[in-house]
Every structure is written in structure tokens, then in C-alpha cells.
Ligand binder design. Sequence first.
Ligand code: ADP
Ligand code: MG
Ligand code: MG
Length: 875
Amino acid sequence: MMKKYVFAFEEGNKEMKASLGGKGANLAEMKKIGLPVPDGFTITTEACNQYYVDGKKISDEIKTQILDYLLKLEEKTGKKLGDYNDPLLVSVRSGAVFSMPGMMDTVLNLGLNDQSVEGLAKLTDNQRFAYDCYRRFIQMFGDVVLEIPKYKFDRVLDGQKEKQGYELDTQLTVEDFTHIIKEYKQIVKSEKGFDFPMDPKEQMMLAIEAVFGSWNNDRARVYRNYNDIPHDLGTAVNIQSMVFGNMGNTSGTGVAFTRNPSTGENLLFGEFLINAQGEDVVAGIRTPQKIDELKDALPEVYEQFINVANKLESHYKDMQDIEFTVERSKLYMLQTRTGKRTAFAAVKVAVDMVADGVITKEEALLRVQPSQLDQLLHPMFSPDALKDTTPIAKGLPASPGAASGRVYFHSEDVARQKENNVECILVRTETSPEDIEGMVAANGILTARGGMTSHAAVVARGMGKCCVAGCSEIFVDEDEKYFRVGEETFKEGDWISLDGNTGAVYKDKLKTVEVALTGDFALLLSWADEIRTLGIRTNADTPNDAGIAVKFGAEGIGLCRTEHMFFSEERILNVRRMILSGTLQERLEALKLLLPYQKEDFIGIFKAMGDKPVTVRLLDPPLHEFVPHKDEEIRELAKDLGQTYEFVKYKIDNLLETNPMLGHRGCRLAMTYPEIYEMQCIAIFEAAIHCKKDLGIDVKPEIMIPLVGHLKEFTELKGLVKKVADQIIGETDITLDYKVGTMIEVPRAALIADEIAKEAEFFSFGTNDLTQMTLGFSRDDSGKFLPEYLKKNVFDKDPFETIDQNGVGKLITMACDLGKQTRPDIKLGICGEHGGEPKSIEFCHKAGLNYVSCSPYRVPIARLAAAHAAIKNKR
Ligand code: ADP
Ligand code: MG
Ligand code: MG
């Protein structure tokens, strides 16, 4: 049997997204539930993939099916494509499986040519309308299909408006359009060397090919990379008969969300334009009206629209993002999809829908992406900073958050600056899909034009990026690279700050404050806690960080790095004294000076954590990291230590290693200088005893030995820990529950995990080092080649960001299994950077770890990600 590559809207439904794409599947679904959708058909994603298999050609088989469905559409509508008297006009619309706003371009009014435009004029008795459609068609077709730069057409249109002294497009007359069309055709001829195609079927096939081709354009690829969408899905193409929003004052076009996509408030939210077509609203050509105003403009249409919106939301059980057109007071639905929303809105909508009994708690949890929560944890401008300053301008609060940065006016400039770690704000008159790279790289986005549903607003919300749109008080000159507001001019590189919650734009860089975990957010996370099985700990080195993490829901510390305590000013000298000491005796004396500090540190941490477990990692980094390397600093240090410069210099030079990552660090330090760990253990256990005995805190210290690769390393150092512990605890009459375990970060440790588990009470996977050593990629040097590896898809994702499951992950799973063989109740955790990354968290859940540990601000993200993992991997 022949493969079916084309489906009429009435043949599809919302489950068929994989082949019909999101747009096509939802058009079919809307048709199914009786909503007014103009007729049409969808060419499948399989046809797109076949197009690439066939060397970028639409095969005869597929062409035949398309023409067959065109015929059916002509029969249904009673019109014929390109007919001189009553032409069928269609839109050619791309539609990928996942909605990709602005990625693929749509061509409207296809089927018009020099003859059919006359037919349309006569039929509608509206010459102006017909010629407006025709010029739009040539312009869109020229841009999207023929790839002629858009500005060439814009220049003609703007030129004509200027010549005639018009403000608005709506003032253009038939004569103007006739002239514009002539010029447009001239552009096509001179750019392409052939005439604008007059045969409607040829127009259609070219447009379909262009949509297929656009699947692989740069901006589509950038968007897919950013959103983790596979590159081999292909896009569907929808051919739909046109309805016209530009037929006068009872016609119009608009977009709406069934709830507010910024705040989640349960109120219809959207914009429309009277007498306009297609993307006029989104493109910010005229300032659109609020959807409420449709009530006055076209009351019956408004009422019908409200009903449709309600019907759609209850049918899909989620907030919908709707595109519609009104043709002479008749409403048509042109698109619906799950609405993109801010994290704040996502949480509110999910919680509200549970309260209304529409969805379950589990569904609600899955509605919020863990990575999205980042937005809610982002700082806001401090009220104090705001008190002393007034906005220089105000735009629309298009996407929340607070952002400061230096202004840049071109996407490429932002991307380039970002590579040098310059914080940027992208400022433009309006954004377009070409700007996607800069939008990704910018801290925030400011546009002078466009509404709440403009490209900038929609894309920024999707990315969770702060955006102020439609800030009409500013004038942007992208060519000269400045923007002006009132008397003031901001040049490239100047600082500004944006408040995406209020739309305010400020001069300079403003101070920010932290946010709290309350309300709907706290409620949703409490549901996550009910469902998840994975424990969530935090990586914290100070009482302050530990306190923040506990507030965010951390159930313990998975990694407390003791070396961070060594750097503060009053200690570093003694640390250096210890490192550079000439004899054991000197070293012991220096350590003795450090002991009280370390003890204070641990008391602070134990107090912050209460009865929650605290994993303390004994000293890990190579010692040269603690000493100065500049000559004058070395001289100063020598003076402070009462040593000669030559001696100190000699000692420091001796610490330098060719490959410190694989050098004298971790437990190897203690194999040579056991007194260092001994001092740390004294500090830990004295602190613990103090907390338990004097403060009544049921502390649970877990001592972790880093970088173990051999059982004998572990047994020797465990012996040292036990000796100190037994002695200190022995001097008191209390019992202290403590554990001694190891990090698994050297591949050899993973290989002999069964041996190590005989002695170690817990494993914590240090996936940063484990990744470095398993891959043989130095984390500090991989920047030179890793980007190329990612581009070439050697790795889908940066293995330092998300666990390389096939490689490093295999070692982890194996080590878990081996460990459990010799110690069935061994505690397993992860403390690498990966512990806060949702995909890696799901992996940890599946691998059967007891907990993940991540930085304090990632704790809420990890709680939700762990709940997702539990829901998705239910047995
Ligand atoms: P995008 O994927 O960029 O949203 P669409 O395919 O949805 O592109 O097309 C953009 C806009 O063009 C629609 O919102 C709608 O206003 C207009 N449009 C598309 N097809 C038709 C049609 N058949 N009749 C009238 N307007 C249409
Ligand atoms: Mg578009
Ligand atoms: Mg659309």
C-alpha cells in the first residue's frame, strides 16, 4: 500500500502530533470538536524527512497526494486555486512537533497572480483589499520562499508611505498598492533573475519546499539546541484556505491566552488588530488593542470567542495560546497550542487547576519544568536600590525577572560579548527570529515596539528571560548603536537594568535581593516531596549557605568542602605557614593555630543543619592553590612568616605540578601529611560533641575521604578518623552517631567498589572528577575542544553539565551494584555539579541512589526534578 503523506484536517486529531506537527494536529482537533476552522490539509513530517532522503526533492508520489488533497479542498470550498473569477487562496504554514515560535515562516494569500487578484477584487467588491493581499503575498513569498532580504520590500512600502505622507498602512490606496506590486516584482526579477511565479500550483510546491528547507535553517537549529529538541523530527506543512482579517472594520486578527501567561491569573489575555492580517499583531506594526476592547468593537464575536476559549481550555485541560481571525464578523480559529508561560504562571496555573479539580497533583507537577524554577529563585531588584532611583522609561512587563547588563544592539554583538563574560542587554526596536542567538546570550531584552505577544515577549517568556517590550519612549538606532530616551543617550556598552515584573527600565546596574519560597510555589514543592523517593541535600560550606538550603528544603549537606574555610584573611597566613613549614613540628604548630577556626566553622554548620546529616569532605585541592605565585606576594609572605624569600620561593616552586588534577591532592595529601586530616577530624568531632552535649543538637557527621582509588588508601585514613573520633568521644559520656565513607571519583574506585564498600559506610559520587577522569577531559581545558564536540554531536550535551549516562553513568551504576553486594545498606549519593541538573537527577533516581546534593539555589529544582523522576519511572 502507498504510504499516506497527506491528511485532511478532518482525518486527524491531537494525538497525531508526531506526523501532523503540533499546529496540524491541533487544527484537526479543533475541527473535530466543532470549532470554526477554515478547511485544509496537512503534509506530514514523514514527507519532510522523505524530502531530505530524496536529496531535497518532493517525490512524485508525495506530489500526487498533495494535488489530490488540493482537489478535495477545492471541491469542499467550491473554489479553485488561481481561478480568475473566484480564486481559492491558501496559507502555507509550517508546523513542527514542538511549537517553535517564529522559527518557521508562513506564507499567506498563496494563489494570487495578476489575473486572480482581479477576480478577488470583483468578488469581494473591494479592490483595495485584493491588492493589499497580493502585495503581502509577493512580499512574504519573496522573503520566505525566495529568500530575498525583507528590508528590500519594506523599503518600497515605507518609501511609498513617506512619499504620500501616510502614517499607517491602512492609508495606502489601490494606486499605491499597484505601484508597490510593480516594484516588488522588479525586486524579484533583479534578485533572482526570473519573474515572480504566476502559476499557483508552482507557487504552492515552492512554498512547501521552502517550509521543508526551513527545518534546517540556522535559527531553527539554534532554537532546537537551546530547547533540547532533536534535529531529525522534521516539520509538517499545513495548507489552509484563507480567511481575511483585512476586509474592513468588521474584520481583524488576534492572539490570546486563556490565562495570563506572565502571572497565571485566570483571565483571558490577548491582543487584536482591526482590519489586519496574519502576523500584524505579533510583528508590532501597529500597537494592538487589548482583547477586552473586542467587546466594544465586535460584541457578538467577543462573546463567541470567550466560549471558544473556555471550550478549548477545558478540552485540553491546560492554558491555551490561540490565534484567530475575524472575517466580516465571523470568527475563525487558526491555531491553538499549550501556552508558553513564565515559571510563576506555570506554578499558579498548575496549582489553580488542581484546586478546580481539573488535573491531579501529579499532572500539576509535570506541568512545571524543574529548570523553569530557576526564574522564581532569581533575585529581584532590592527595594532599597529602587527607592533611590526612578525609571528612565517604562515598557510592558513582558517576561519577569530582574536583569542588568551593558546595552548592545545586535544579536551577534551580544553573543560575542557574552563569550568574554560581559553581561549584556539586547536592545532593539523589535526582535525577529534572526535575533535568537543574542536573546539566548543576553541577560535581558528591551524592545521599543511590540506588545505582550510580540516575538520578543513570547520567546523571552519561553526562555525565562527578563524582557521589557514595547517601550515606546525609547528610540533605538541599531545602525549607529545607541538608544535615546528624552534627552539622554545610551551608547553601546552602557549599563542599564530591566525589571520584567513592572516593565521599568533603569539607568546603571541595580542591586538585587533574594526571593522566598512561599505560597503556590511552596505548596507545589510540598506535593513534590510527597512523591519523590530521592533525598535532596545541598553542597554548602558556610552556615549562611546551609541556612538558605534548609529554607529551600534541603535534607542534609551532601558536600561541605573544608578548604573553602581556609581562604579567609585571618586564616590563610596560617594555612600557608602549615603548607610551607620546613619540619613536621612546624607543621603541627601551624595546624594547631588553624584548629580553633575549623572547629568554629563546624559548629556553625552543625547549628544550621540541626539533626540533618552533614557530609564533611576532608581537604581535597592541591596545596599550591593556597599559596601566592607572584613575586612581590611571595616576598611579602616570606616577611610575614619570618623566612627568607629564597626558601619560600623554593617551597612554592616545589608545589607546582605539571598536571595538578592528577597530582598531589585528595587523600594523597593525607597519605603524606596525615596530620592535616587529623587536625580536621579533631575540629569536626570536638564541634560535634560540643553541639550534642552543650546545645542538644543531634548532629550526624559523615566524614568523607576524597579521591580514593585504592582500598588501602581508604582503610589507612579511615583508621586515622576512627582513632581521633574514638579518643574524643571516649573522653565524654555521650554517644555520637557518625559515618566514614568515600567519594567515588577515581574510575578505579568504581571498579573496586565492592572492596571499598566493605570498609566504607557510604559512597558519594563526585561526578566532576569522575567525568574528567573517565573521559580524560580536563574540565579546565575542555573549553578548547568541547564546543566542537557538541557541535558535531559527539556528545548531545556537555558531559560536565549532564551526566554522560552511557559512559560515566555506567560506572556509577556498576559501583552502586558492587557496593551493595558487600554492604547492602550502603548509603549512596552524588555531590557533583550534576546533582542539581534535572536529567542527571532522573538518572540518579533510576540508578537507585539515596540522595542528590546540589547548590542551595538548585534545591527546589532538584525537589521537583526528583518528583518528575518518580512519576515518570513508576513501576
Ligand atoms: P506561526 O507558526 O509563526 O505562528 P502561523 O502558521 O500560525 O505561523 O501563521 C501566522 C499567522 O498567519 C496566523 O496567526 C494567522 O493570523 C495567519 N494565518 C495563517 N493561516 C491563515 C489562514 N488560512 N487564513 C488567515 N490567516 C492565516
Ligand atoms: Mg511566525
Ligand atoms: Mg501561529
